[in-house]
Design a protein around this ligand. Structure first.
Ligand code: PNS
Length: 161
């Protein structure tokens, strides 16, 4: 059995993230969506809330689960989960410049490999921070986040649905 990890801050999960998780679930026997967070940094959602939103959004995928990890190296999380591969989506060159050093660092630390999936072109503009900015200023974010995330996000940002 091959297990992979889809890591990120997921504050909150977007449809771009979900696309990568769904594609990973077709490539691997088991997928763990790992919410890696810094408890000293204030996010929009707590780690447990992020995990809850992810679990609702992946309920249709039998081989996917979500878990939160605080202040821990990704290589240690993957070793404990017995997952030899990390999967990340790449929306473009900026993502590649951000992700490549991390992938190389992880491989040098423990041999952990990273598999990059090209982002779905229709979703390349989706990022958690940009979506939150658009929603805060009254923009329509339907079609950018999973159904399970939409209501809770508007509520948390204090904007009407
Ligand atoms: O949502 P993001 O910003 O793409 O997630 C980045 C994340 C959380 C996957 C990355 O910062 C990470 O792996 N953090 C865990 C700590 C760690 O292992 N740092 C060294 C990475 S080389």
């Amino acid at each position: 059995m091959t297990r992979c990890v889809c890591p990120g801050s997921f504050d909150p999960l977007t449809l771009g993230h979900l696309d990568v998780v769904e594609r990973s679930a077709r490539l691997f026997d088991e997928v763990v969506v790992a919410v890696l967070y810094n408890p000293d940094k204030q996010g929009t959602f707590t780690a447990d809330e992020r995990v809850g939103l992810i679990e609702k959004s992946v309920a249709h995928l039998a081989n996917v689960r979500a878990e939160a990890f605080a202040n821990e190296l990704l290589v240690e999380v993957c070793a404990r989960l017995e997952a030899p591969i990390v999967v990340k989506g790449l929306r473009g060159e900026t993502d590649f410049s951000y992700e490549l050093p991390m992938a190389t660092m992880n491989r040098s630390l423990s041999g952990l490999e990273t598999l990059f999936l090209p982002g779905n072109p229709g979703m390349d503009h989706l990022s958690s921070s940009l979506i939150k900015q658009v929603a805060t200023l009254g923009g329509d974010i339907s079609g950018m986040v999973p159904e399970a995330v939409h209501g809770p996000l508007l509520e948390r940002l204090g904007v009407a649905g």
